[in-house]
Design a protein around this ligand. Structure first.
Ligand SMILES: [Zn+2]
Length: 427
């Protein structure tokens, strides 16, 4: 072996196991592994997890906070206006520099795979070229997947369709959309159909911003599920946000959930952003806005949780910490059962990896040895503490180290009941 991590706790509840790594891949996981190794690291009962995966992000906007000015109201509308003000001033180098800075931040947090939407409504395709370049540069240490995102509306913007196709021709891997932002419900539905057809023709994945509103009658997820079934895109499509589902009629949702599950469409909620941007027209009671994550999981729909924004026109906070995302998901979605906590952790690791179709992800022998050693005994403690990342490994090589925090925050004894294993359809 090239490396053995000894005495590791795993997210599925296995305790004190050894992980043998050879040629950048996990070779064997066992108790008391006996094998010669060039290097051994005793992680002393800490959680060793596959890396965090962010299923929904905007890398072209990240870290632009304050450019050209701060969002004084904190609303989505002022954020969109700010984005428009910034666009003419952008350069490819500036977008790439911010994106690379964010990728460094991500690696330090054990976040080694990001699906980022990239705006294709700028005729220069400046952000597309910048992020394709960044994708190549970070590939040795971070999997960056790009979604062609017609941010100003696929039919609302005169050149969006042409630009989206140009972006796909240049190598962007996923087809995006924003049907609730089109001028009419009919235009929105037509955009979903056309975009799914483009994905089917080209053999690509789909991930649309879908129903990101408080309108209980915004029903593009229904069209997305129906188009997925019609075109045979099962397992290759995700609906992001789906916040309108929070406000929909319960009877309608009871019919909608099985349709989403049967069509194999995944759902990606963005709890930090949904709780801050939705419900802004409400007085009290004020809606939370996040989609019905526990109910989707119970219906058998694959659910991931994304960060969406970090220090950009829409959201001033964030630090590439997916544990903060899971923490917020649990609170907003009241996912405090043990199954709920396990599902939240899966939503920032294994379930997100499946939505991205990541190759070689996980803790099975043969998987790439991408691992994070956390200062926590299990996923519950990791989420509770937003635990320090002590070591981050990529293909069996340590690429980041973090300092441990004061140990008084952890329990002296691990409670016996805290085995968290996510089972699809549970919760
Ligand atoms: Zn988004």
């Amino acid at each position: 072996m090239d490396l053995i991590l000894r005495n590791a706790n795993l997210p599925d509840g296995r305790i004190g196991v050894d992980i043998g790594i050879e040629h950048g891949r996990i070779r064997e996981i066992a108790h008391g592994l006996v094998a010669p190794a060039a290097q051994e690291i005793d992680v002393r009962g800490r959680l060793v997890s596959p890396p965090f995966v962010d299923a929904h992000f905007h890398l072209d906007a990240a870290l632009s906070l304050g450019l050209p000015r701060r969002n004084s109201s904190g609303t989505l509308l002022e954020g969109i206006a700010l984005c428009g003000e910034l666009k003419p001033q952008l350069t490819q180098d500036a977008v790439a520099a911010r994106a690379l800075a964010y990728c460094d931040m991500a690696v330090a947090q054990g976040l080694l795979a990001i699906r980022s939407h990239v705006d294709v409504c700028d005729d220069r395709l400046l952000a597309v070229d910048a992020l394709l370049d960044v994708q190549r540069r970070v590939a040795p240490y971070l999997d960056l997947q790009l979604v062609a995102f017609p941010q100003d509306g696929f039919y609302r913007s005169a050149t969006a369709e042409r630009n989206l196709l140009r972006a796909l021709d240049r190598g962007v891997q996923v087809v995006g959309g924003i049907p609730h932002f089109e001028r009419t419900m009919a235009d929105g539905a037509a955009s979903v159909r056309r975009l799914c057809e483009i994905a089917a023709e080209r053999g690509l994945l789909v991930d649309m911003h879908c129903d990101e509103s408080d309108d209980p009658l915004s029903r593009h997820i229904e069209t997305l599920a129906a188009e997925t079934a019609r075109l045979g895109l099962h397992g290759r499509v995700a609906g992001s946000h789906l916040t309108s589902m929070h406000s929909m009629d319960n009877y309608y949702v009871s019919k909608l959930l099985p349709l989403i599950a049967q069509s194999g469409v995944a759902a990606i909620a963005n709890p930090l952003i949904n709780i801050t941007l939705q419900g802004r027209h409400d007085t009290y009671p004020k809606r939370r806005g996040m989609t019905r994550a526990p109910e989707l999981i119970a219906a058998g729909v694959r659910v991931a949780f994304g960060h969406d924004c970090v220090m950009d026109p829409w959201y001033s906070f964030g630090s590439a910490d997916m544990l903060e995302v899971a923490h917020m998901a649990i609170h907003v979605g009241q996912m405090t059962s043990l199954d709920g906590i396990a599902a939240a952790y899966a939503g920032i690791t294994t379930e997100a990896a499946k939505i991205l179709h990541l190759d070689g992800y996980g803790l099975d022998p043969g998987c790439r040895a991408d691992l994070v050693v956390l200062q926590a005994a299990d996923p519950f403690e990791a989420i509770r503490l937003k635990a320090a990342r002590l070591l981050v490994l990529r293909a069996g090589r340590v690429i980041a180290r973090g300092a441990a925090r004061a140990s008084e925050l952890t329990l002296p004894q691990r409670p016996a009941t805290l085995t968290l294993e996510f089972r699809p359809g549970s919760i």
